[in-house]
Write a protein that binds this ligand. Structure first.
Ligand code: B12
Ligand code: SF4
Ligand code: SF4
Length: 381
């Protein structure tokens, strides 16, 4: 390995990055084509910011940094301890959200790396950095640099760290010796396709955004489509199923970043507690955490769905409070949850709510929930 590239990699690792690889700054032509096709086939619907114009930018480093010559692709593992124990009044959050907000942690490291580059390269250098915070194709850079390969779940896989990591890059206007892409694929494995509860993954290395629980719990504002709710299990922020089942993750090494270690209660949050949270507590609890992205109303909505799927009757009193007091969005999801839990107490809450509810959308959800309770009763008789 050339001395300069070696020095960059060693320095990057010394400040907390787990793996580093280099590619050139030529456009990602195949990725651009694939992403445009994905948009045109409707599989990116729901992410209004994911436009054709953005795809053009994110696959053309020259547009992002005029004069761009190289890209340093960086991997930061967030794998730590196993989740806390769970019961049916607790939900699940995706691993990447158990610790500090990765944008802040990694941005600081990227800044230190960029400040060091002129010394290592012995020349002035212009840089632009990305960590899931702008129009850059993080996975395309990782694949071409050989940092990892595309899995069918569309995550980049790395032999040492599995797929439990964040990607980031430095684009720079200096030529560096590039690394080679890996020649690896998933072969005949289809575990993630089989395991995805909503059928969001297909055999062509594609995710249908609007079916992905990660999208539904984090990005979607508004109502979760009723046909998907019962498939979402008790995920309240993100989803790790297609990574949990991946054989490449079986021997994944833990990362070195203490910032991503699990905060108490984050892996399996108490769902009733979430339903009772006010804005002040939400802001304090999720300060400097990725979870704040879903906002209090999104987290409460997700908690209702999780409680509906866990079917623990102890959740009925808290769901009843939501059904009486909260926004129409939350009332709708609380009604759905009560309909899933069923039983005399849940049915009673729903019937009472009919008399006091004026919003037609919420009323529709309540009637559906009542019908669901009745159907389930018939089944068990
Ligand atoms: C949008 C987005 C999402 C959307 C995904 C929508 C979608 N349909 O892809 C949603 C909100 C659902 C999402 C979910 C998650 N995300 Co996300 N997401 C992104 C984001 C911002 C853009 C990804 C993107 O461009 N998707 C569009 C499609 C078109 O790209 P793609 O699926 O990667 O497809 C590529 C390949 O198919 C390739 N391709 C196809 N054919 C061919 C042929 C050839 C020859 C070649 C070379 C290439 C090629 O081209 C496509 C474009 O590059 C990136 C950050 C970034 N700026 O890049 C993070 C990012 C991909 N997400 C990340 C993470 C961690 C997640 C979650 C795991 C979070 C969670 N636990 O809930 C889940 C995983 C879901 C999954 N199975 O992918 C990480 C992934 C790290 C990794 N190991 O790969 C990223 C890189 C963020 C980061 N910087 O760390 N995400
Ligand atoms: S994150 Fe969950 S819902 Fe999304 S593709 Fe993976 S398994 Fe399916
Ligand atoms: S589960 Fe199998 S098919 Fe899916 S990404 Fe992992 S190796 Fe590939």
């Amino acid at each position: 390995m050339a001395d300069i590239e070696n020095q960059i990699k060693e320095f990057a690792k010394s400040i907390g990055f787990d793996e580093v690889a280099i590619t050139d700054a030529s456009p990602f032509l195949d990725d651009e084509k694939a992403a445009l096709e994905r948009i045109r086939s409707g599989k990116m619907d729901g992410l209004s910011w994911y436009t054709e114009e953005r795809v053009k930018k994110m696959n053309n480093p020259e547009i992002l940094l005029p004069g761009a010559k190289s890209i340093i692709s960086l991997l930061t593992s967030y794998l730590g301890d196993e989740p806390d124990p769970k019961n049916s009044l607790k939900g699940k959050m995706a691993r990447y959200s158990w610790g500090d907000d990765y944008h802040n942690v990694i941005k600081k490291r990227l800044k230190i790396l960029c400040e060091k580059l002129p010394e290592i390269l012995n020349t002035e250098v212009r840089t632009r950095t990305f960590v899931d915070d702008g129009p850059m194709n993080d996975r395309a850079a990782a694949r071409r640099s050989g940092l990892g390969w595309f899995g069918k779940n569309t995550n980049i896989l790395n032999a040492k760290f599995g797929s439990w990591f964040f990607l980031s890059q430095v684009i720079l206007d200096v030529d560096l010796v590039k690394d080679s892409p890996l020649n690896k694929t998933c072969g005949s494995c289809i575990r993630c396709i089989d395991a995805c509860p909503t059928g969001a993954i297909n055999d062509s290395y594609e995710i249908d955004t609007q079916k992905c629980i990660s999208y539904l719990t984090i990005e979607l504002r508004g109502k979760i489509p009723i046909n998907l709710r019962s498939l979402m299990g008790d995920w309240v922020f993100g989803c790790d199923i297609c990574q949990d089942v991946c054989p490449v993750n079986r021997k994944a090494q833990k990362g070195n970043s203490i910032e991503f270690q699990q905060r108490p209660g984050f892996s399996t949050p108490d769902l009733i507690h979430i339903l009772k949270m006010d804005q002040d507590e939400f802001s304090k609890t999720y300060k400097n955490s990725p979870v704040k992205r879903t906002k209090l109303i999104g987290l409460k909505r997700n908690a209702c769905v999780a409680l509906g799927n866990n079917k623990n009757p102890d959740a009925v009193p808290s769901l009843r409070e939501i059904l009486i007091d909260e926004s129409n969005l939350l009332k709708s999801h609380a009604a759905w949850a009560l309909g899933q839990i069923g039983g005399i107490e849940a049915m009673d809450c729903l019937k009472r709510a009919v008399n006091n509810e004026e919003n037609s959308d919420v009323l529709k959800e309540i009637y559906l929930a009542i019908k669901n309770c009745e159907d389930n009763q018939n089944v068990s008789v």
